[in-house]
Write a protein that binds this ligand. Sequence first.
Ligand SMILES: [Zn+2]
Length: 314
Amino acid sequence: MKFIMKNIILTKKLLFLVLIVISHLSYSEDDFSFDDRGASYNPMTYVQTIETGNGAYTIEFKNEEESYYTNFIVTSKGVVAFDPLSDSAAQEYSRIIKKYSPGKPLLAIIYSHLHTDHIAGARILRKNFGSDVPIIAHERTLKYFKHRNVPFIDLPTETVTDKGKIYKFGDRTVDLRYLGDAHTASILVPIFPELELVYVCDYASNDVVGWTDLPGIDIDEMMTMQRRTLELEVAMVTFCHGPPDTIEAVKRQLDYYESVLFESRKALEKGLTEDQAADLIDLPEYKHFRNYNDWFKENVRAMYRWADLKSRKR
Ligand SMILES: [Zn+2]
């Protein structure tokens, strides 16, 4: 069963890539003018809305595989919406914004990073709130989509460099920081100083192990980003996967990755093989983390290879 689950998950990622390719081959640009293409590969259902501060809300959705969260803030001038997720999610997202902030305009949409499963629904938000709503993202997000021309992604209209940028929307500040290159080198980390809140997407989550064998991730850089997040002057964190929590949740993620790396390096230094390390290492104190049974051993393998790579470079 576990084997099947892993394969389904891997297959989903492949299928997603295939769908992008097919969408390029099979449809003209016009076919994407209104449709639910974003949702055709990532349909999401609404779960709940959670208040994370005065005028700040996190919305939980789920697809067949996992939970997704996104955020919006209500300011004195209107609403700022983060990751619009997918088309089906964005339709519900619009409804919820209108419920919590009736009659107010949407001032901006902000993309956390370039992964389409978090940002595909912007067309729907703009259909419901105005086609001229600005989209803010890291400059490399714009560069990425300019090259690829993914028809269901609305391009950012304003970009932010690695230096970050502070925006004022009515009575609220949105401080967009760039904390490091792990995970696509395009992650903007929004801080809401008045709310002592930060939005962390995909480089840390809430009590969960890493995805499979951490493919393509610079593990040191990921932990550096987590450490930098802990230095921010915030009390609360919202994630794009996992419920909002106190900032301690980021500390628990960092502790987890440090522990797996420590144990894997110890195994390597003892002369154990990767298979033996995966077999022997167990961290029962993290058994309550989501996906532990499915992916912990693969996390160990990733950390073992990382430790091996680093020891060869020395
Ligand atoms: Zn991502």
